[in-house]
Design a protein around this ligand. Structure first.
Ligand SMILES: [Zn+2]
Length: 62
């Protein structure tokens, strides 16, 4: 998968609820993945934003 490298650190956003409250889990077997503290999403797929103004508003959750 070709992905253009952003210059700065991208802002990671949960793909499920658009929260930025993600923590990084580095498992030896499972590999890298993220855990969302807001909706409990766990997975390696997260959204990355260079520009904070492009982040969609957080979804209602629960
Ligand atoms: Zn979430």
């Amino acid at each position: 998968m070709r992905h253009r490298k952003p210059r700065g650190k991208p802002i990671l956003v949960c793909p499920q609820c658009y929260s930025m409250r993600l923590i990084y889990d580095a498992g030896l077997i499972t590999g890298q993945r993220y855990h969302c503290l807001r909706c409990d999403y766990v997975g390696s797929l997260v959204l990355e934003f260079d520009d904070p103004t492009q982040i969609p508003p957080e979804k209602e959750w629960k």
